[in-house]
Ligand binder design. Sequence first.
Ligand code: SF4
Length: 447
Amino acid sequence: MYELEVPISKNNDAIVKDYNKCIKCGYCKKVCVDEIISSKLLEERPDAEPLCINCGQCSNICPTEAIHEKFDYLKVKKILKDKNNKKVIFSVAPAVRVALGEDLGLEVGINLEKKIPSLLKSLGADYVFDITFGADLTIMEEAMEFVTRLKNNTRIPQFTSCCPAWVKYLEIFYPSLLNNLSTTKSPIAIQSSIIKTYFAQKIDTNPQDIINVVVAPCTAKKSEINRNELNVTTKDTDYILTTRELALLIKEENINVYDIGDSNFDSPLKTGSGAGVIFGSSGGVCEAALRTAYYFLTNKNLKKEELEFTSLRGIKGIKEANVDINGRKIKVAVCNGIRNARILIDKLLKEEVHYDFVEVMNCTGGCIAGGGQPKSTMLYMAETKEARSNALYDEDKKMNLRLCHENPEIKFIYEEFLDKPNSELAKKLLHTTYEDKSYLLRGDKHE
Ligand code: SF4
């Protein structure tokens, strides 16, 4: 039955499939088998609940829309028309700004950072924040966690935890390594916890009167927000819209991007560093973490010419860097796509390699190539990914603020609210837990 197509469960909380539209072209199966879950696992258990980490790469490649993200934009559209005294807040991930234009008829690689706040305000948003702020806060927590583990020589290598597809992959296939996963929440989850606590207090509003919407390049985030352990309020993130859904919303409301003026994101979750911006590209999280871990370990910033870890950028499957910090050699690796994580983990388990810090992103190229991004054809895929990635690195290069720990809004939120990285409150609001999900390998229902 599944010879040429990827099965999608009715219980999948990120992706849906309309079997009537499926032309059995096999593209979804190929991407899932080659890049994500091994073919054996799909074929050996045809009657079991399909295994899925919600990354949506199958939906991105599907030429007929038979597979697509679970649409939430119509619900958000309705809320924006009838807010019922609620405040509607949008936060937008960095990878969205360099891809949204493609679905609005603009050139590949155009950065819409300055248009997005006005676009969302014209749709009815009350506040529009930048997830780059959440990315900076993630690095503060994750880099401090890394420094502590290094000093105590425990739970090394530290794996990044910002990609929910990767987190679920590790929970299913390698639960014995969950201790190595950073406990820091993803930038989106961090931003949402801050909005429903700190910002709600600032605007003197009950968190239940806030509708918190995040625009992400990712379908897996639709599943991530259902993880109870991420919530510090009843529901920290109310809706995730993919970049494609935002484009649909804009088009259905007949908003022309050419008629929209420039504006900035709103304070106090407005400012992000260049390090936060490059989170959207494979290698970006590791690079951002190294810039701040260096500061935490030495009390000095890397020199301007040392900020770019170019060996961690680009399309290679596994990228590495060695960094000397105070005489200690730190070895880091970046897995560009889950297939490469599998290769690296197998070597780690056989003790053939050693790393101190490992970044894993499910999508090849990083979030700029997420399952919820505008579709590209096979022919232009590599070119499109490169253009999006270059747009993020160019933005970082042009910025004066290129270090998360130098972000004035980040310094302020620690001074005013969180105290210091990994403080008791920071651990309560910005960190999470994981679960052994190897039971899914038996074909049990998804949570
Ligand atoms: Fe989502 Fe980014 Fe992970 Fe892809 S790499 S699944 S877009 S978080």
